[in-house]
Design a binder for this molecule. Structure first.
Ligand SMILES: Cc1cc2nc3c(=O)[nH]c(=O)nc-3n(C[C@H](O)[C@H](O)[C@H](O)COP(=O)(O)O)c2cc1C
Length: 210
């Protein structure tokens, strides 16, 4: 049976973090960490902010590879390293990352522009690239895609265990941090992550008063 996104343990509606590899105008490979929203067994959406090489490459080619990994250095090098820090593999329509746990090809079938005035990053233009997925490859037999939602839930729980014990100035810092974590989890998480954050926030509101 052909592999699809569900074989990679992705779930519909969840926003994962991957590394998107594209081809620059001069034919060289480019890699950058990007969010990948799973919309079905063979559908993803990239939300790309105007200004990156990735968005220029995706606009030009209408194609990209998504690489799934849990390797902190792979993510770091793809953001702040040069191409020499990464091993690329030539693929039919570009490049994937040799050390990824899994990869797939995305082909854009629909673009939607969003102009946001006042989000967390100030005014910016974002394009949603709705894409068809093929060429799913699993380099590691078991791969679990990364989600900021579960990281956020864990951070929120750690915040919760500490809030009683800190000074009132620190309590405000914890409250601010909780607000930011909740924003992220509600943005990228599924129903269970959202339910968890709701419960944590209720408990946090009680504990911060103690
Ligand atoms: C975990 C993570 C997720 C990211 N997700 C996105 C995203 O969904 N869309 C986006 O436009 N930028 C995202 N970024 C920011 C890009 O990676 C960053 O702008 C990068 O410098 C773009 O590189 P490029 O110019 O080589 O494409 C993300 C960064 C990180 C660390």
């Amino acid at each position: 049976m052909a592999l699809n996104l569900y074989s990679l343990n992705m779930e519909k509606g969840i926003h994962y973090e991957g590394i998107v590899t594209t081809v620059n105008a001069d034919g060289t490979p480019n890699a950058a960490p990007m969010g990948v929203i799973c919309k079905g067994p063979d559908q993803v959406v990239l939300r790309l902010h105007e200004g990156s090489r990735t968005i220029a490459n995706v606009k030009r080619d209408q194609k990209f590879y998504v690489n799934l990994s849990r390797d902190p250095l792979l993510f770091t090098y793809s953001l702040i390293g040069g191409p020499s820090n990464l091993d690329f593999v030539e693929e039919p329509y570009g490049f994937s990352l040799k050390n990824a746990d899994a990869s797939f090809l995305g082909e854009v079938h629909h673009e939607k522009n969003i102009i946001k005035e006042n989000d967390a990053m100030g005014e910016n233009i974002t394009i949603m690239f709705h894409s068809q997925v093929t060429n799913v490859k699993q380099q590691k037999r078991e791969s679990e895609p990364l989600s900021r939602a579960i990281c956020g839930v864990l951070e929120a729980l750690v915040n919760l265990t500490r809030v009683r014990r800190v000074s009132s100035v620190k309590k405000q810092e914890y409250a601010d941090r909780m607000k930011e974590i909740s924003r992220v989890v509600n943005h990228v998480g599924g129903p269970e992550h959202k339910k968890a954050i709701e419960l944590i926030q209720k408990e946090f509101a009680l504990r911060i008063k103690e």
